[in-house]
Design a protein around this ligand. Structure first.
Ligand code: BDR
Ligand code: CA
Length: 304
């Protein structure tokens, strides 16, 4: 399988951090050409700070980090809050700050410039709200046909959401952005709650991770222990795992509609059979071999 050259657009976030670490640990399958950040789990300054901290932890200061949008397109939203990812977004472990800075270029311009420089080569991986991706498509529409694919975490096509109005968090923060991206016609693979809520860390899995853990693994484990409640779901790592081994997953094709009506099910994503006749179907992942996914994560994180 050819190596995927990707931009990860993220809002770290504990599970974003694990998705990044999994990609760093898989250089044969994934080359990260840049990390762009967006408001989401915490504010933009914090998601940017966290992307830099994770890159530094893995010794990947060479990868450009660019800050993007600090609010959704239409409705300002408060971020998720401390209960899921901690007040700093990485479980409040007191992780050291990176010594390298973010680039001065805006994330939207970084995305546009990279796609134009390498048409047909770059896969976009949004694992937070889609504001940066939507604005890149609006600012420079010619990139639409030059993006190889989009593989994203967001939505819930056939199952309940995890926020108000039955929406999934990433889409609920900025449904208008999601609507722009999902109606773009770009080949797309969706990792929604349909599949990601089945990728959980059980006690037995924590025990396995802890065996002979390296310092980076120990930090990752401590972060995950403070993340979510009960058995934490590895939402965002599903995206990078798919690029490493797509045989872990199965899905179906469906047109996805986003509800942007504030008086309706704001932010809900629904699979519809025929759609509007114009929208291109998305490949909606519905199944994961969660044991093999976990073994992959365990093996790869040990390489860091
Ligand atoms: C999504 O919301 C965020 O809290 C996670 O990082 C993930 O991207 C799951 O709904
Ligand atoms: Ca995320």
């Amino acid at each position: 399988m050819a190596k995927s050259r990707i931009i990860i657009d993220c809002d770290p976030g504990v599970d974003d951090a694990i998705a990044l670490l999994l990609a760093f640990a898989s250089p044969d399958e994934i080359e990260i050409v840049g990390i762009t950040t967006v408001i989401g789990n915490v504010s933009l300054p914090l998601t940017t700070r966290n992307a830099l901290r994770i890159a530094a932890m893995a010794g990947r200061q060479d990868i450009p980090v660019c800050a993007g949008c600090s609010r959704p397109i239409i409705l300002p939203r408060v971020q998720r809050g401390a209960s899921v990812h901690g007040t700093d977004g990485l479980g409040d472990l007191g992780m050291p700050d990176a010594t390298h800075p973010a680039q001065s270029r805006h994330a939207v311009d970084f995305i546009i410039d990279t796609i134009l420089r390498e048409p047909g080569e770059i896969t976009l991986c949004p694992i937070g709200p889609m504001t940066n991706i939507a604005l890149a498509l609006i600012k420079e529409p010619s990139i639409t046909t030059k993006i190889k694919a989009i593989v994203f975490m967001g939505g819930a096509a056939f199952s309940p959401g995890n926020t108000a109005t039955d929406a999934e968090f990433n889409i609920w923060i900025d449904p208008h952005a999601a609507q722009v991206v999902l109606s773009s016609g770009i080949p797309m693979t969706m990792f929604g709650l349909d599949v990601t809520r089945h990728a959980t860390l059980t006690k037995a899995r924590f025990d396995q991770l802890e065996r002979d853990a390296s310092p980076i693994m120990r930090t990752a484990i401590a972060m995950m222990r403070r993340y979510g409640s009960g058995d934490p779901a590895l939402h965002d790592p599903c995206v990078t795992a798919f690029l490493i081994d797509p045989t872990l997953f199965n899905g179906v094709d469906a047109v996805i509609e986003v509800d942007c009506d504030q008086a309706g099910a704001y932010g809900r994503t629904r699979a519809v059979e025929n759609g509007d006749g114009k929208s291109q179907p998305v490949h909606v992942i519905t199944e994961v071999d969660d044991e093999r996914l976990f073994q992959l994560i365990d093996q790869r994180l040990r390489l860091l």
